[in-house]
Design a binder for this molecule. Structure first.
Ligand code: TYD
Ligand code: MG
Length: 481
């Protein structure tokens, strides 16, 4: 029997409880650790979150549940819409003209977005953002740089050195939160930088500047102003090497975009990487080189990452990665030494340690290499991150080359995933990887059979298909034509 539509509707309506229209927001007392920001239901001498003593203070706070109930009650009837009836907002993006910077952001800065830029102290965050603002100022945008760390004189000195002095580049040296907020609100700038979130301090909280509750409070305030205003805002956040300071981690879900500026202080290369982006791809990277006059964009990262590659040595293999939509060639170096007493040490940089463990296991089992008591060091050269499975073949190749102390072909690129049975598995975007290898003058590519079969012929390089890791040795050490 079918139900008449009207009856179904009536039945449904009677099943829904009446809407909550009024509920008192009850003030509750909570206890908050001033060090790590953890909320506790009762006072404790020692915070169970961070282990600090005497950091828990009492705070009045409306309970989360009553807040939620209130906002539910305030929802207008008819607030629910079919998604197709929502009129799309054109997404206004501001391009700085620094292509590597715009690219990492997914094509420019989105209006009214809050972007967190994290990175080790001294890596070049202030320099990067100052240059980006400088580029915008040159395009006649009004921009504001707020620094809680440096004096106006210091800021000017740096801007001068970077060659970006301009009248519509405003600066403010300030670390009082309330003042910072009102300036962001009233400055009528299109982009504002707050450097750094740790240095901005609100006296309305008891905790020290830079503590998690301060950082969270500051970010929430700025977020609010940014969403109501017109400016986009960059927040700088310091991250210590061992991630001790939880600050920036806490902020990641509050902001629209999280960028990190990575690299080794001792190397000039810097990679700007988005790890979260509500307005675009989060897998694009921007590559820079730090020089005397600030950061220079690197349009061809492959050339940079391969520039110091030693030729004719064992333990080196070149792979083709894809970062976002961009193919990048990188060198993987391995050093296998031993035997060491007991279990060998494994150290890897730029390569996922789990994938290294997997490759070692496959090489042991399928090729019979005795690696258990060997010390193994693996490095993706130049600070590049080769965490893609597509790097597997090159990782295996570098390990094999070092273990056997035989030189792999120097004009050869390897890419492809290796499965647990030792089979070579296809990876995405093979065309892009092959084209990049051809562009840089490589003559031979070793790739999974499925990728080789699907590849378009031509380009003047030799495509060699591999189906199983067992074939790797004979292919890798072959003479190149
Ligand atoms: P900075 O942007 O202050 O780093 P962060 O804000 O991340 O702490 O830059 C720090 C380093 O960059 C500093 O050690 C000097 C170097 N640097 C250059 O090499 N060239 C330059 O033109 C500038 C401005 C800085
Ligand atoms: Mg700085």
């Amino acid at each position: 029997m079918r139900w008449p539509a009207e009856q179904v509707r009536r039945e449904l309506n009677s099943a829904i409880p009446p809407m909550i229209t009024e509920q008192k927001v009850k003030a509750e007392t909570v206890f908050v650790c001033t060090q790590c920001g953890r909320t506790l239901v009762k006072w404790m001498g020692r915070c169970p979150g961070c282990g600090e003593w005497n950091t828990v203070v009492e705070r009045d706070m409306p309970s989360v549940r009553s807040k939620a109930a209130l906002s539910l009650a305030q929802t207008e009837p008819g607030g629910v819409l079919p998604i197709t009836e929502i009129r799309g907002m054109p997404e206004a993006r501001l391009k700085t003209g620094m292509e590597e910077f715009d690219r990492a952001l997914g094509g420019g800065i989105v209006a009214r977005s809050l972007i967190l830029l994290g990175g080790d102290p001294g890596i070049g965050k202030s320099t990067l953002l100052m240059q980006a603002l400088g580029a915008l100022a040159r395009l006649n945008e009004r921009v504001l740089y707020i620094s809680g760390e440096e004096s106006p004189e210091q800021l000017k000195l740096r801007a001068d050195r970077l060659g970006i002095l301009a009248d519509n580049f405003l600066v403010l040296a300030e670390n009082r939160f309330e003042t910072v907020l009102s300036h962001i609100d009233e400055s009528q700038c299109s982009v504002v930088v707050v450097d750094s979130v740790q240095s901005i301090f609100s006296p309305s909280l008891d905790s020290a500047a830079g503590s998690v509750s301060q950082i969270r409070h500051v970010t929430a305030g700025i977020l609010d102003v940014v969403k109501r205003g017109a400016a986009a805002c960059f927040l700088v956040g310091h991250v210590t090497k061992d991630g001790v300071l939880a600050g920036p981690k806490v902020l990641e879900h509050m902001v629209d975009t999280v960028l990190s500026f990575e690299g080794e202080r001792s190397h000039p290369y810097r990679i700007l990487r988005a790890s979260k982006n509500r307005f675009g791809s989060s897998s694009e990277i921007g590559v820079f080189e730090m020089g005397d006059r600030g950061l220079q964009e690197v349009a061809n990262p492959s050339e940079l990452f391969l520039s110091e590659r030693p030729e004719g040595v064992s333990g080196s293999a070149v792979t083709a990665l894809v970062e976002g939509t961009r193919p990048i060639l990188a060198e993987i170096q391995a050093l296998v030494t031993g035997p060491a007493p007991g279990q060998g040490r494994r150290t890897c940089l730029g390569v996922d340690s789990q994938r290294l463990a997997l490759m070692i296991a496959v090489l042991e089992k399928k090729l019979g290499l005795a690696l258990a008591d060997q010390d193994i060091f693996l490095n993706a050269v130049g600070g590049v991150r080769a965490s893609e499975p597509a790097a597997d073949l090159a990782v295996a190749g570098a390990l094999l080359s070092s273990f056997m102390d035989r030189v792999a072909g120097s004009r050869t690129v390897l890419f492809g995933e290796v499965g647990l049975a030792g089979e070579a598995r296809r990876v995405s975007n093979a065309e892009g990887r092959i084209a990049e290898a051809a562009r840089l003058g490589f003559t031979r590519i070793i790739a999974p059979k499925a990728n080789v079969e699907a590849a378009a012929p031509g380009r003047g390089l030799k495509l060699v298909a591999i189906t199983h890791i067992k074939e790797l040795a004979s292919l890798l050490f072959q003479e190149e034509s």
